[in-house]
Design a binder for this molecule. Structure first.
Ligand code: SAM
Length: 251
């Protein structure tokens, strides 16, 4: 059997591709993070797989083994996540790795992805980008991830929960990225879709004010940082050269 990694919408159901719909109708098994939520999508498509299986953060290893076993037994399996493309900052990655390790054929059925949707309107990613996913929540891991992000000259895309957006933007500013241009994309493809552009510091202030006014921020956020401006890249390079010369002199 083959395992199909199927992208599903990140909000708007019309973003489901024709091929995704056909795949979900034709496979024997559909594995998803939330089987009830997926059942709604399957009903909408008139799909009735023989079996639905749950694979999520907390059972990822056992569920992956089960998918491998089913595929080895000849079943076709579609893997979907709660939203977007499985494997991109969700448990689909482990499942794909386990299938690959077991020699089970994997076929992508591409669809929506919040990071790519946000990048596509950013205008920032012509020369590549860094995908940061979710930053670690605290501690040294978070500090190091923020420092690496700011040090990278390329555009960067991040996923963030609404209650951490302000803190993340403020911390990026504190690490020296305050003047960097930025796009915040909220609730893409949904009724309350909203995008905001400004520097990192401006967006931190904007969402801090919105948070104060509403009590808390709502919605799903994807943040895109612009690449470093050419002058900034040149300035960093000359600082690095000076530092190397100082070091050589001292030796
Ligand atoms: N696999 C998904 C994909 O391909 O986009 C991402 C899964 S990750 C668990 C969920 C995060 O994606 C959210 O916390 C948010 O940062 C981002 N996200 C998902 N849907 C979004 C939307 N409609 N608008 C903006 N960001 C979204």
């Amino acid at each position: 059997g083959t395992v199909y990694i199927v992208g599903t919408p990140i909000g708007n159901l019309d973003d489901l591709t024709l091929r995704a719909a056909r795949t979900l109708r034709e496979v024997d098994v559909v594995a998803s993070e939330d089987t009830r939520r997926t059942a709604v999508l399957l009903r909408h498509l008139g799909a009735s797989p023989k079996k639905q299986l749950s694979h999520h953060e907390h059972n990822a290893r056992a569920a992956s083994a089960r998918v491998v076993e089913l595929a080895r037994g000849g079943a076709t399996v579609a893997v979907v996540s709660d939203a977007g493309t499985p494997g991109i900052s969700d448990p689909g990655a482990l499942l794909a790795a386990e299938c690959a390790a077991a020699g089970v054929p994997l076929v992508p059925v591409p669809g929506a992805c919040a990071a790519i949707a946000a990048l596509s309107i950013s205008g920032f990613a012509a020369a590549g980008f860094r995908f940061g996913g979710f930053l670690p929540r605290a501690g040294r891991g978070r500090r190091e991830a923020l420092a690496a992000l700011v040090a990278d000259e390329r555009a960067a895309v991040l996923y963030e929960s609404p209650h951490r957006v302000v803190a993340t933007l403020r911390e990026l500013a504190a690490k020296g990225a305050g003047e960097r241009r930025c796009l915040a994309a909220r609730e893409l493809t949904k009724l309350h879709e909203e995008t905001a552009r400004g520097t990192v510091s401006e967006l931190a202030a904007r969402y801090a004010a919105a948070q104060d006014e509403a009590g808390k921020l709502r919605g799903e956020f994807t943040i895109v940082l612009a690449p470093l401006a050419e002058e900034e890249v040149a300035a960093r390079a000359s600082e690095a050269r000076d530092a190397a010369q100082d070091e050589a002199r001292d030796q």
